[in-house]
Write a protein that binds this ligand. Structure first.
Ligand code: SF4
Length: 382
């Protein structure tokens, strides 16, 4: 299906946004949005909410960020302290939404990223990404590249209702397969989020998304029940549901959320183990492997990944979070020397949030550091 929308060209002061901490799902340290607004028009899209301060009609006015590639190029060239790290295009838009076909802002950005050998992570619902396989492959060969297809149902009719202008799930899975077979160095997987209660959280759908992802060649699947219900985003979503054949879920959905923005903890605690067991059954990791730099940050990033993955897995398995471990993992990304030096000085306990348990947990990995250095291919990111 195609959609009409107004195109606005606008030049922005900055192209690249640096995050205080990398996000522990996609491992992005920088974000960049080639567009503002998204004509994929997913009815649950959180980018419609006020927290993103978008001053436009989200799906009917698409702002094209002019000269974004030149600004990115200048930013990387001029900033002496800007270390290479994962850039994530998109966020409040899909980098491969329909306008990309003619404007090619994403393609221009990719060329700059490839030129400067920065790693990248990209999430999309559009098969158009296969146009750029060669460039993505070059980035993967030079540094690291991860592509995640957002897929939350294999029911084509339901997907058409929820995500009316994206590629159908079948085509996203075909695109995933194509990328994996043509460019195996690219880490490819499925972003199974958000999972809409009463429409997508049934066992049949949960298993099928995992099963089809595996069949297509996914390296990982990231899942999150993470539907949000807030301000104008909630209004838009509920209105669409009320005017559809899915009207019957409105009441139970609102009852489930009980006026909160996120699904209740008890609900999430029931869903997580199910998803985990399907992923285990089909042999799909539930985290994506991280890009590891070849400078003083190398072991900081490895240990950070280890801590953040363990903390996440404990949440999924037990429902209990470990804030000290989470913050120890996040803070480590900002350490200005190698953790190996800290370890050699016997000062691990001086690192932010490194309590006794965390110190004991990471020590064996640091002791093994010499052996692990010799791994190759994707294994080197273990
Ligand atoms: S593709 Fe992503 S950004 Fe675009 S409307 Fe859908 S959820 Fe929102």
């Amino acid at each position: 299906m195609t959609k009409n929308f107004k195109i606005i060209h606008r030049e922005f002061k900055t192209a690249l946004n640096k995050l205080k901490y990398p996000d522990s799902w996609f491992w992005c340290r920088y974000t960049i949005n080639p567009y503002s607004g998204c004509a994929h028009t997913c009815i649950y899209c959180d980018a419609r909410s006020q927290r993103y301060y978008l001053d436009q009609d989200f799906e009917n006015e698409i702002i094209v960020k002019t000269n974004i590639d030149k600004k990115l190029d200048q930013r990387i060239k001029r900033a002496r302290k800007l270390l290479p790290d994962v850039i994530g295009p998109g966020g409040v838009c899909d980098a491969y939404q329909p306008i990309e076909k003619e404007v090619e802002n994403t393609l221009k950005i990719l060329k700059v990223i490839a030129k400067h050998k920065f790693p990248m992570n990209i999430a999309t619902k559009n098969k158009m990404i296969t146009r750029d396989i060669d460039l993505l492959n070059k980035i993967a060969e030079d540094t690291w590249c991860t592509v995640g297809f957002s897929i939350t149902t294999t029911d084509e009719e339901l997907a058409q209702f929820l995500e009316p202008y994206s590629s159908p799930p079948k085509e996203r899975l075909e695109a995933l397969k194509r990328i994996k077979s043509k460019a195996p160095n690219i880490q490819v997987g499925t972003y199974f989020m958000p999972i809409i209660p009463f429409l997508e959280d049934n066992d049949e759908n949960l298993e099928d998304v995992v099963k089809q992802s595996k069949k297509a060649g996914a390296d990982f699947i990231l899942f999150s029940p993470g539907l949000t219900i807030r301000d104008q985003q909630a209004e838009f979503f509920i209105k669409k549901l009320k005017n559809s054949k899915y009207e019957h879920i409105v009441k139970p959905l609102l009852n489930l959320f009980e006026g909160q923005m996120y699904p209740p903890t008890d609900y999430v605690k029931k869903l997580h183990p199910k998803l985990l067991s399907y992923c285990e059954e089909y042999g799909l990791p539930i985290r994506q492997k991280r890009w590891i730099p070849n400078d003083y940050r190398k072991w900081n990033y490895k240990i950070s990944e280890l801590l953040l993955n363990k903390e996440y897995l404990d949440v999924v398995k037990t429902g209990k979070s470990n804030n000290a471990m989470k913050w120890a993992g996040l803070n480590l990304n900002n350490l200005e020397e190698s953790i190996i030096n800290v370890y050699k000085r016997g000062e691990l306990s001086k690192l932010n949030n490194f309590n006794k348990k965390i110190v004991e947990f990471v020590k064996p990995y640091l002791e093994k550091s010499k052996e692990l250095e010799h791994k190759t291919g994707l294994d080197k990111y273990l």
